[in-house]
Design a protein. Structure first.
Length: 448
């Protein structure tokens, strides 16, 4: 202990002598200059440090995480520049790195709650990049098994407290499936896995996702079907053709434009992912078509604040999409008849899926119309019912006594009013002579 104290004293003396030689007498100025230099170094080395987050070795990722956490604690970097990489590391295979990244995000959320909301989707992209670097197998999935749970469930738990921010982030994820964006199908599969296995707490969350899935399926699916018909029959014939006039797939002799049809079928797999995701959520939380159709995001939030739990623990299965992409993108031969038949078969499957969606929507709307009609018929029948006659007052048949008769007669004429006795005052004259009727009036007064 004595040697340790002596060594620390010698270090302080040597540091003081070095500062005097450099001409620095104010330690505060020296500390500010030192912090500014370290902050500049952290800014310069930020990109190489972030690249270490995607290294295959666990030790490299853990050291990069320690550096970022230390720099954030000292306030040398703006937190928003590191949040998306911390979100990515929340999906790490190493549990130590994952827990430390989650704790850092919780501390940042307490100080800057809106930063995580704004960096949620960039963080999801970085997490997909990390999973692609860690797993060389195809495809990259977005959930853990036993039981299946989303890789970003912890981050979603931080943003789900605010209803508006939660809705905005969910809508942003669903919009990536739009045909205009042309997002990579692997990233779409990763997003679908996370949406299918998020830690939803109330019934409003899966209903909100299903509502926006239905809207996007109806718009994107119709566009893909029209493009596929143009490639299958030709634009001129497809415009004049109706759904009833469409031939069976087995009866088609030749496809008008097979390369275009192949591109459309590959692109429409994003819509197929949405249809499979909708079916998975409805089966997972035991939701009916009618309940999903009646949901409106504009209604009061308290109506859908009921707690919900999963009825099944099955994983999201996109195997039809994976097989279609594998057959349509690998070993493409536009001149072979087998490839043409497989393309026609995938077109038929997609058309049947869209037909089922249209039928379910039509049945729900038809049931709502029948309910309205039954309500109108019930109201009309209710108006046609005869009105009930007014009930006459009941007359007693028992004989009345003399006292009761007198009482009723008096009540019939009206309530009797009791005469109030007025008090008579005696006014004496100044001469002291009293009024002649003074004695009579005093004797008549009974004291009331």
């Amino acid at each position: 202990e004595f040697g340790k104290q002596w060594y620390q004293r010698r270090v302080r003396v040597k540091m003081r002598d070095d500062l005097k030689k450099e001409g620095i007498t104010d330690l505060k100025t020296y500390g500010d200059e030192k912090s500014s230099v370290s902050g500049a170094i952290a800014q310069i080395m930020l990109d190489p440090i972030h690249s270490c987050f995607f290294h295959k070795q666990t030790q490299v990722r853990s050291m990069a995480l320690q550096v970022v956490c230390l720099v954030l604690q000292q306030g040398l970097l703006h937190p928003i520049s590191c949040i998306q990489f911390l979100i990515a590391l929340c999906t790490d295979l190493d549990e130590t790195n994952r827990v430390k990244a989650e704790q850092t995000l919780i501390e940042l959320d307490q100080k800057y709650p809106l930063f995580i909301h704004s960096q949620f989707f960039p963080g999801l992209r970085e997490s997909f990049k990390l999973q692609t670097a860690l797993f060389s197998s195809y495809p990259v999935r977005g959930f853990r098994n036993n039981p299946p749970i989303s890789l970003l469930s912890h981050v979603y738990a931080l943003i789900r407290s605010s209803r508006s921010h939660r809705h905005s982030q969910l809508v942003m994820l669903i919009k990536q499936f739009d045909e205009v964006k042309r997002t990579d199908i692997n990233l779409l599969l990763y997003i679908a896995d996370n949406l299918a296995h998020m830690s939803y707490q109330v019934i409003e969350e899966p209903l909100f996702v299903i509502h926006h899935l239905s809207l996007l399926i109806s718009t994107s699916g119709t566009t893909y079907l029209e493009q596929a018909k143009d490639a299958l029959y030709g634009r001129d014939m497809a415009e004049t053709m109706q759904d009833e006039d469409e031939e069976d797939v087995d009866e088609i002799d030749q496809v008008e434009d097979l390369p275009k049809l192949t591109d459309v079928l590959v692109a429409c797999q994003s819509c197929t992912l949405l249809i499979l995701l909708k079916k998975h959520l409805m089966a997972q939380y035991n939701l009916t078509d009618k309940k999903c159709h009646e949901f409106s995001p504009l209604e009061n939030a308290k109506v859908y604040d009921k707690q919900i739990s999963r009825h099944t623990q099955t994983a999201y299965d996109p195997s039809p999409v994976l097989s279609a992409i594998q057959q349509l993108t690998l070993d493409v031969d536009y001149e072979s008849e087998e490839f043409e038949k497989s393309a026609l078969q995938f077109y038929k499957e997609f058309r049947d899926l869209m037909t089922q969606q249209d039928l379910s929507e039509f049945r729900c709307s038809e049931s709502d119309g029948e309910a309205d009609k039954s309500g109108v018929k019930y109201y009309e029948k209710r108006k046609e019912l005869p009105q009930k006659a007014k009930r006459k007052p009941r007359v007693s048949k028992t004989p009345l006594k003399l006292g009761d008769k007198r009482r009723r007669v008096s009540n019939a004429k009206g309530p009797s009013k009791k005469k109030k006795k007025r008090r008579r005052y005696v006014v004496t004259s100044d001469s002291g002579e009293s009024d002649p009727g003074a004695q009579d009036s005093d004797s008549d007064y009974d004291g009331t």
